[in-house]
Structures are given as C-alpha cells and as structure tokens.
Design a protein around this ligand. Sequence first.
Ligand SMILES: *Cc1c(COP(=O)(O)O)cnc(C)c1O
Length: 479
Amino acid sequence: MPDYKSLLRELPAVDRLLREPLLEEKLLHLPRRLVLQAAQETIASYRRRLSDYSDLDHPPEAPVQIDLSPAALAEEAALLAETRAGFNFRSLINATGIVIHTNLGRVPLAPSAVEAVTAAAKNYNNLEFSLKSGERGSRQDHLEELLCEISGAEAAVVVNNNAAAVFLALNSLAEGREVVVSRGQLVEIGGSFRIPEIMAASGAHLVEVGTTNKTYLKDYEAVVNENTAAFLKVHTSNYQMVGFTAEVATGELASLAARYSLPLVEDLGSGVFLDLASYNLPPEPRIQDSIAAGADLVTFSGDKMLGGPQAGIIVGKKEPLSLIRKNQLSRALRIDKFTVAALEATLRLYLDPERAVNEIPVWRMLTVTKEELLRRAERMVDKLTDRLAGGSVEVVKGISRVGGGALPTAELPTFLAALEPPEGESPSSLVTKLRRGRPPVIARLQQDRILFDPRTIREEEEEDLIEALVRSCSEQSRG
Ligand SMILES: *Cc1c(COP(=O)(O)O)cnc(C)c1O
C-alpha cells in the first residue's frame, strides 16, 4: 500500500510548477493571476486527494496511478488556465435541427443586420438625434415607419422583449381595471411567461371567460361592465388544441370590442409576416392579418419567426400606442442601439419578401429543400468516413423542429448524418466531449447514435464541426 503521507511531501511547490516550460509559455499570453490560480488549485486538489486517502483506515490498495511530477501537474494546470481564460459566452454550432433555439440564443441574424450591429458598436450615431432638424429625436423613429409599412398599423413601439410588450400594453391600458381573456388562452411560454402572472404584475385584473376548449363571443360580452378595460387574445403559440374546440376570431372580437369602445390587444408571439402556406409550412397567424382584422394592439417577439434581435414589438392604433409611449415604464423597458440597428436591418428585408426568405437565417433554414439537406448530409458523411478511425456514419431520414414555442406540431422532414461512435466510446460521453469542445457542438442523441442535422449547420461551419468531431473521437483512442 502506498504511503500517502510521504507522497504528500512529494507535491511540488507553486513556484516550482510555474518554472515548468509549459506554464512559462502560458504566462507569456495568459493573465498571470489565472495561471497562478490554476497552479495553486491543481496542487491543492492533489493535496486534498492524498490526505483523504491517508486519513482512511483502509485506503484503496491499488490507487489510481498518481503522477506527481511537476511536468504532469503543469499539464493539468495549463489546461485549467486555458479554460478559465476563454470566454464564458461563446459561439457554438447548433446541430440539433431546432431552428429557433431559445437556449442557444434563439436565432442568428441576417448578414445586413450583423453589419448594422457592428457599425453601431464602432461609431457614434443618430440614435436620438434628428439629422433633419438637428434636434433631439427618438430611437423609435428609426423603426416605426418601417413597422407600419409592413404591418399596415398606424403606429409602433419597440421594447426589450415580448413579455415586456404584453406587460406594458396591459399596464398602460388596464391598470386597476379588468381584462377579459379566454380560458383556452391562459398560456405559459418558456417557463416564466404566464398570462395570469404577467397580468397580475401589470396591475390589471384577469377575468377568465369560456372553458378550456371552447369560448364564444357571447362569453366575452357577458362579462363587460364599466370596469372592463380591454379584451386580450393570446396566440397559443407553443401548443395546439385538437378535437372539439372553439375560439373567437380576431375580427369578430375586434368588432365586439369596438361596439363597447374597448381596445383589443392580441399577443401573437412569434412575429410572422410571410405566408407560411406558400413554403409548405403549417399556417400561423400573420401580424398584418390581425391589424387588418381590427386588433387595436398586436405584440410579438423580434427573435422568433421574425429572425431579428431580441425585442418586443407593439404595433397598432395611434391612441393606445400614445398611452404606451407616455408610460414611465417604457423608459425602463427600452431597447438599446444594437437592437435598433439589427431590427431596422431585419425589417428592411421584409419590404421584399423574397429577400427576407433568402437572407434571414431562420427563413433560409425553414425553407431549405430536401435535396439540399440530402446533399449536405451526404457530404458530412463522406468527410467523416474518410477522417474517422473507427465508428460508422450514415445518412438517415429524420425530423427538424421550428422550436422557440412556434409551430409546435410542425415536423420538418430532413436528412441527418448519424454517427455510431468508435468501439469503447459511449454516445453520451462523446456528446459531452463535443459540447465541451472548441467550438462547442450541440448534437442530438438518439439511442446509440449521435445525430447532426444540416438544417441548422451553416455551410461554413461544416469543416469546424468535422474537425471537432475527429478531435473528440481521437482523444478517446489516446485513452
Ligand atoms: C414567445 C412568446 C412570448 C414571450 O416573448 P419573449 O420575447 O420571449 O419575451 C409571449 N407571448 C407569446 C404568445 C409568445 O409566443
């Protein structure tokens, strides 16, 4: 049995470790404090392990081989220092086939939007300055006209996200008064956006009408009283009710609201301006249709189907929007210059729907042809077959998802590169290695195979993905 107490005395001192060539080299380009900390932590972790063993009455007979040489410890410390020096917030490759992936930053931006954000970061700009009059302007001015043009609305305000948009609309129109909602539309989205809770936070009182599966116009009308402030219609964007269901169409509800001089607020969520049917996708209500049907306010996200930056967009009639603009909370929920830049560039693409589909990544990914997906999956498989020492790869049929709580039942047929890892490597450990790699690759695990969906992998990312995969697999064969 090894003498753990004497092994403890063999541990090198921090100074000694820092004189190892590997760490001296790290000190040339990493912050000194990070390298020092990594050396200290590495030594401390061995000290803890050895003294734990020496405290045991029956320490392990044949412990894991412990190499306490300065060179071995330096290698560990160097790896730790490199990891700590890297950015926490990083780019990664989304191989999941989930197009709007909230955990992975929802959506990448169109090239023109990326350019606009970079310019906004580098230069001064006219964020709140009118170049025409030389006087103070509003950041909203850069977006309002465009939003009105593509939605048909009279006015628009953009805030931080759609949850803020709904909150602000309710607070501005209905604080201390009643808002009527169908029981079939009391949705929860993304775990923290819940209609009853957001309503309570806004100071409005929720009045539920109808039943879970059926709500009629007469249900809304029956509860109207002098304290009613608005009707709210919520798009059930992340689930679908099938069977015997009834809900009131926007147009009908808008007419009823108008008869009682009440505003109708519609939370559409995903921000669709294009006609999905023409791209073989299931129908989803469009913003301009709700405006045309008479909704007073329509709210939606900037970073779901719209394909832009995180934002909450409110379009609608002049009067309710002027109340929103006057609300003190608008300032607290306002967007920054990067959002203005990215959103303006994205919205401009919608002036020509064909450009929107071709240049906005979400739309490219949703409309890519099966032939193209097959071609890319085959190319990945060919490259991997050439480069991987073991394991097997093949093209299989599969399903991609829209994600982001949009079109929950839509199944987008795709072709996947499916990898069965080399002997001795479990699929789940390889998925973990890929996730921790450089760049991180997020892939789907299905039974004993790892799936890579070309739908969400940009072509210029393909080579990096293959490199990362080859590296992860060969780490294993070295043991
Ligand atoms: C996504 C969604 C929200 C929340 O929007 P965020 O931009 O994530 O704050 C609210 N309502 C509906 C209907 C949604 O789909």
